[in-house]
Structures are given as C-alpha cells and as structure tokens.
Ligand binder design. Structure first.
Ligand code: MGD
Ligand code: MGD
Ligand code: SF4
Ligand code: MO
Length: 713
C-alpha cells in the first residue's frame, strides 16, 4: 500500500451502504468521506467508522461456547475446528433429509450474495430482517407497475424540478438514512423552489425544515391519500393523458366508483387532518410539475398494503411514475450467471412456508419474515435445527426477543438443545453471539471484498459497486463468505467450482465486460448510463401482465377483507385496547445509531453524552403530561399488552397528545462503550409477529412502530 491514499469503497455502518472513500496512511485507516463520484456524502455514523474499525471490542479469533447458551462464556478454538463442527453438523442434517432445517439469518448485500448461493445449493432457508421493512410497498409497486422501484430507494430527490412536491409520509429521511446524500438533496431541491411536506405524528427534523407539517393521526395515511384521490378525480384534475394511455382499461372507472363516497370530509374524520388541508394539498399536487412520495416504517402497520396501494393510486392519477421528481423505476443490468445455478429447495413441497413450518395457520401469509418470531416459532416446531447468523442480531433487534432467547435455550428430554447448532458471525460480541455455540470473527467492511448489485442504491445508475479491502484484518478475522465458500466446496462442490469470492465476482462481471480488477481501476463504480425517465414509453409498457398500470387488484377480491382497493380505516392495532391503553407508542431511528444499535452504540463517537446519542427518553406532549401529573425528567413505567419498561420523560410540543415517542435501537447489554450509556429497548413493548398476524395484511406490514400503551408514574 502507498503511504497515504484515498481508496473508494462502500460504507456499512448502516444498511444504506453509501459509496465512500477511505484515507489510509501507512496501512492505517484515518478518515472517511463521501465518494464525490457518487455525489459524495457520508453521515456521522459513516465517518465514525474509523472508531468501530479499531475498537478494542473487535473479535479476533474463533470461539466455542463453554457452559450453557446465554452465559456468554467461551474458549478460543482454531478456524479448522470451527469449520469442522459446522461441516459435520450440516452433513449430518443433509444425510437425515433435513437440509431445509438450516436457516441463515443475514443481510444480503446483493441478490447474488454468496451466502444465499450456498443456501440454495445446500437446500436451506434464508431469513432476513430486510423484506419486512417495506415488503408491503414492494408488493404494491409490483402489483401496480410490475416493478420493484423502491426497496430502500426513495424518489430521486436530486431530479425534483422547481415547483415539484416532496412528500415524506412516515419517513424519517434525515435520521433513518437511505443514503447520506438524501438530506442535502431534499434541501437543495427546496432551494430550487420545490416544496417539502412532512406527514408525521411527530415534529421530526425534516418537519422542522418543511414548508408544511401535517401531524396526522397514526395510520390515517391511507384515508388521507384516498381523500386526496377522491378530490382530484371529483375536480377533474387527474392526469388524463397518463390515464388514457397507461392505465389498464376499465381500472380508472372502477377507481372513480370506489372513491366516490370517500370524500375529504369523511376521510378527515379518520385521519384527523382538516378537510381544507386535504383539498388544498390535493389540488396542489395535481397541478405541480411533480409529486414524489417516500414512506417506510411509519406505515408498516396492519394496513401497510392498503397504504402502499393508495400511494400507488395517487402516483398513477397524478402521472408521477418514472418522471423527474416522481417515482423512478429502476434501470437494471443483469450479471452473468455462475453455472450451474442452484435452484434452491422447494420449501413449499417440503411442507414449509416462508413464515415457518406452521403451514396451515400461516399459509396465506407470504411475506412475513420477522426473523426473531419466525426463528422462535420454527425451533419450537422442530423445523429449525441449525441457525447461522451474520450481520444481524435477532436476540435484540426485534420484538419477540424474549421468546427467541427462550427458544434457543429449549432442550429435549435427553437434555440436548432443540436447536442443535447456533453460529454467529460477528465483528463484536452481540446479544445474539452471547447465545451462540460458535462465535466467528468476521472481517469488517474495511477488510473484505463484496460485489454489490441490486436495484438498491439511491444513487441510481450505479449498477455495480465494489467494496474492497482498505486495511488488513486484525487477528484471525475471516469473511463469512470465505467460510461459506469453503463449506460449499465440501458439501455441494458442483456449485462451488470457482476458486474464491473474487473468481466468482469475475464470472458475474464478465457479461458487462468487467472484472474485479477493471472495476477497481475505474473507481469501484459502474453505471449502465443515465437513470432515464419514462422508460415504459420506449419499452412499450410496464412489467404488469397487461403492460399497463393496474389500479384494481382483482386477485385480492377474495382476501378476507377484499383488498382489491385499499381499506381506509385506521390500522387494526390502533382500534383495540383503546380504553386500557390510551396512548399510541411511536418509535423512530436516530442518525447516531443503526439497527439494534449493537455496534453503533459501542462507538465512542456515536455514544457520548456531549457529541453523540446517550439515551432514549420518552417523548410526551406537555398537555398529556399535565393530565398524567408527570414532569420533565420523571421516570415512568410504559406498559403495553406484552411488556413494560421504565424510562425518563422528556416533554415536547412536537408530538401529538395522543402519542408518546421512544427511539428505537437501544438496550444493548454488551460492549464496553454501549453499556456505559442508558436507554431501553422498545421491543419489549411491541408484540411479535405471531401475536399480530390477524392484524396484518395478507402480505406485508408489521407493527414495528405501533403499539397501544399506558403510562404510569
Ligand atoms: N441512522 C439510521 N438509518 C437507517 C437505519 C438505522 O437503523 N439508523 N435503518 C435503515 C433501515 S433497515 C430502515 S428500514 C430505514 C427506516 O427508515 P424510516 O422508516 O424513515 O425510519 P424511522 O425512524 O423508523 O421512521 C419512522 C417514522 O414514521 C413516523 N410514524 C410512525 N407512525 C406513523 C404513521 O402512522 N403515519 C405517519 N405518517 N408517520 C408515522 C415516526 O414518527 C417516524 O418519524 O432506515 C434505514 N436507515
Ligand atoms: N421495534 C422495532 N423493531 C425493529 C424495527 C423498528 O423500526 N422497530 N426495525 C426493523 C428493521 S426495518 C430491520 S431492517 C431490523 C434490523 O435488524 P438486524 O437485521 O438484526 O440488524 P441489526 O440490528 O442492525 O444488527 C446488525 C448486527 O450485525 C453486526 N455487524 C455489523 N457489521 C458487521 C459485519 O461486517 N459483519 C458481521 N458479521 N456482523 C456485523 C452488528 O454488530 C449487529 O450485531 O430491525 C427491525 N426491528
Ligand atoms: S447513511 Fe451513513 S452510516 Fe449509513 S451507509 Fe451511508 S454513510 Fe454509512
Ligand atoms: Mo429495515
């Protein structure tokens, strides 16, 4: 390595995975910045990556459990011994005809991830926290437009024209970053004369910068959008050109009929937004040169699919699909297949289902994969025998964490664990690793190779991005992908005929005329060209069966609730327990932490009383506090139907009086820095997916941010 250089790579302090450049001096990582070639931003977490890299809590050698699961006692072992334990167990499982009882819980950086390939070849099951953040919105876009425009991808805010409207509905874009460039892009668009409107029960940082803040009643968003749609159609303000040419014949008339009685007056009563606001904003959006919507966890409720459907209807009737400032559709390039491509097991045929082995009960749900709940459920049913986690932390990150911890410790009559092997790849000790039989030290994102490919990045056009090592790993760290390749070569060699990860990526890149080396030479980013707009015009239509936009979803006529058009009622979870639990708990992310917070809270730059984020007090409206007789700084008990926590109160006018707010991602009990801070895990309060299935969509939503609670002094 040269004495001092800037090396382009990809951040992974959070799931946004921004392109960054890393300054390395004499083999030591010194500084992180946004990659100017990818519009150049790194957030506070990204820049604090240097401290994570050199944390004294980094795991540096493989360890085997001593004592019982959860005690957190380990002894050092060699990689050979660790890999052999996994190999023997997986061989045994496959010989028993139980390969599908292997689950790997990880964050797939790409749909071509090597871990995923191993699972498909071996016959196991991938489980990830990812799809449940926005499965409903993905599904809605597929059904309406035949494409997946938006997994972790907001509208291209950098393309919003003057007068365009940017709508954040349940989207904390300045804190829950999807790319570090988003906040600046939104503010730049504002400076160009675009308008920012924030729909959120909380006065968020983006609300503070907005032209208009709409403090909606939680889960009233569907009613709000349907009210706007009704008004736009009634006033004849819809985009006639788009409707005529690109909406499936008959659908618009059906929509007109469906919304006829859903007037702004009626919808206002549901969402608690004034009638005039609904009407005025609807007219503005219809007349604006563009209107784009971003939404995420804030609407991942029991009516998530309904909201996502209403969102798509709104885009369609205002003609905001694949236009600058509206909802972009991705321009995908394909990577070359690595033959033979493993097909993956037919889990359905094996009596399984994505939601676990309890097939009869859960058959109709096809996209709910809350990892914690699913894993606990599968262990109890005898359907999960080997669990390998990497880059995920099910023991802390999810509601249902207590039943996960119980399930992994469950034993049969002979005293053996029902879950026969639990492996955790980690960079630092985590809540999940504490329970593992094997804890394996991973290479950090500054130490490993990865080819990232997916319709994933906000910076559209970067079809392929290279994560490359910038420093040497400490101790004996090895990348989880290297271990999966080794296991693949021993267990399913026909699918692992390539030498290593780099050889695999070279095959994939060949069709694009690229190789890892070439990609490295051109700066680690490759783009098929411009992102392009109105691609459907050139392509002669959309990816739907009719090639037109489908407003009406006839296949969901038969759902228990008839969801061919969206239901406008509040989410079911807000309609139960109203008397006993009068407040709605809202949770949100902060820019200082990521996910379960396990490693960002363990970073001294991010977890600090002065410059970082130290604890998560309960946000309470002063009027509510007066009613309850509580004041700033008091400790209160927050209780939900499934648990309770004690937390300090902070008063704020910036939250609806019928809601209380709590930051997500606290409560770690391991890590030298993390455990010096305070804060509680909101997940103790939130019911797990199993207990809320009846409230949820057929396909989609999970009640992450929505629970009824009561407050006791
Ligand atoms: N810093 C940071 N960035 C991240 C992450 C992280 O952990 N940390 N995680 C990444 C991941 S995996 C994800 S999924 C995204 C999540 O990104 P977001 O969904 O934007 O993140 P949250 O902060 O959970 O935002 C929820 C917002 O919805 C609001 N809300 C709650 N209920 C309602 C409602 O009924 N209606 C409306 N209109 N609003 C409501 C809340 O007040 C809050 O502002 O962030 C990604 N980026
Ligand atoms: N109540 C509530 N619960 C939620 C949410 C919510 O809004 N509210 N959000 C949900 C959402 S959207 C998501 S996506 C999930 C996220 O949940 P998870 O997918 O479980 O992700 P994290 O909690 O971020 O855990 C990441 C783990 O990976 C480790 N890690 C970090 N870098 C590396 C690495 O390079 N290699 C390895 N091997 N490990 C690494 C960290 O130390 C940490 O333990 O949480 C969900 N849970
Ligand atoms: S948003 Fe920040 S922490 Fe997340 S990937 Fe981008 S720079 Fe890294
Ligand atoms: Mo997520």
């Amino acid at each position: 390595m040269k004495k001092s250089e800037w090396i382009p790579t990809v951040c992974y302090q959070c799931k946004a995975e921004c392109s960054i450049i890393a300054r390395v001096e004499d083999g030591k990582l010194k500084e992180i910045r946004g990659n100017p070639k990818a519009r150049g931003k790194a957030c506070v977490k990204g820049m604090a990556g240097v401290s994570s890299e050199y944390s004294s809590d980094r795991l540096t050698y493989p360890m085997k459990r001593l004592g019982e699961r959860g005690e957190g006692k380990f002894e050092r072992i060699s990689w050979d011994e660790a890999i052999d334990i996994i190999f023997q167990k997986l061989k045994d499982l496959k010989d028993r005809g139980d390969a599908h009882k292997l689950t790997a819980n990880f964050f797939p950086h790409s749909i071509t991830d090597l871990k995923w390939r191993f699972l498909n070849a071996y016959g196991g099951f991938i489980n990830t926290a990812l799809p449940h953040c926005d499965s409903a919105k993905i599904l809605a876009f597929i059904k309406t437009m035949g494409g997946v425009p938006c997994h972790h991808i907001p509208p291209a805010w950098f393309t919003v024209p003057k007068g365009g409207i940017m709508i954040l509905a349940g989207r904390h874009a300045f804190g829950g970053l999807e790319d570090a460039a988003v906040p600046k892009d939104i503010l730049d668009a504002k400076a160009r004369g675009a308008k920012l409107v924030v729909i959120d029960p909380i006065f968020t940082p983006e609300a503070a910068k907005a032209d208009q803040w709409i403090p909606i009643k939680p889960s009233g968003d569907t009613a709000f959008f349907v009210g706007m749609i009704q008004h736009i159609i009634a006033k004849d303000l819809y985009d006639k050109d788009f409707a005529e040419n690109w909406i499936r014949e008959g659908d618009f008339e059906k929509l007109r009929e469906y919304v006829a009685d859903k007037t702004p007056e009626k919808m206002s009563a549901i969402c608690d937004v004034p009638v005039e606001t609904i009407k005025q904003f609807a007219e503005e959006c219809a007349k604006a040169p563009s209107a784009g919507v971003d939404s995420f966890k804030g609407v991942m409720l029991g009516n998530a699919l309904d909201f996502s459907h209403a969102w798509c209807l709104f885009l369609a009737i205002t003609g905001n699909i694949d236009n600058p400032g509206g909802q972009p559709l991705p321009d995908l390039v394909s990577l070359s297949p690595v033959e033979p491509e493993p097909a993956g097991p037919d889990l359905h045929e094996l009596g399984w289902h994505r939601t676990g082995p309890d097939k009869d009960k859960f058959e109709k749900y096809s996209f709910i994969m809350e990892p914690t709940w699913y894993e606990a459920q599968a262990i109890k049913n005898g359907g999960l025998k080997v669990l390998i986690t990497a880059e995920s932390n099910p023991a802390l990150t999810e509601m249902g964490q207590v039943s996960w911890q119980e399930a992994v410790c469950e034993k049969d009559e002979s005293g053996e664990y029902n879950l026969e092997l639990l492996v955790s790849f980690e960079i630092m000790m985590s809540e999940t690793a504490k329970f593992a039989d094997l804890v394996l030290p991973d290479k950090s994102y500054f130490e490993r190779w990865e080819l990232l490919y997916m319709p994933w990045w906000y910076n559209f056009g970067h079809g392929v991005v290279l994560r490359q090592p910038v420093v040497e790993p400490p101790g004996e760290c090895r990348h989880s992908n290297e271990i999966f390749i080794e296991l693949g070569k021993r267990l399913v060699p026909e699918y692992f005929q390539f030498e290593d990860d780099l050889a695999y990526y070279d095959i994939q890149l060949a069709g694009l005329g690229l190789s890892v080396k070439k990609l490295q030479e051109i700066g680690g980013l490759w783009s098929p060209g411009t992102m392009g707009f109105r691609k459907y015009e050139k392509a002669g239509g959309f990816g739907t069966p009719s090639q037109k936009v489908h407003l009406y979803w006839e296949d969901l006529e038969e759902s228990p609730w008839n969801q061919a058009f969206p239901r406008v009622e509040l989410a079911p979870e807000y309609r139960v327990n109203v008397d006993q639990y009068p407040f709605i708990l809202i949770s949100y992310r902060t820019i200082y932490h990521s996910g379960s917070g396990q490693w960002t809270h363990n970073n001294p730059q991010l977890r600090d009383k002065v410059s970082g984020f130290y604890e998560n007090p309960l946000m309470v409206n002063p009027a509510t506090a007066t009613d309850l007789g509580i004041s700033q700084g008091d400790t209160v008990t927050v209780e939900s139907p499934c648990g309770s926590v004690q937390v300090m109160v902070t008063l704020s006018e910036g939250i609806r009086p019928d809601c209380v707010g709590l930051g997500h991602g606290f409560g770690s009990t391991v890590g030298r820095v993390a455990t010096t801070g305070q804060g509680v895990s909101n997940n103790y309060l939130i019911p797990d997916a199993g207990s809320t299935l009846d409230w949820q969509d057929l396909i989609g939503g999970e009640s992450h941010v929505s629970t009824r609670v009561r407050i006791m002094k």
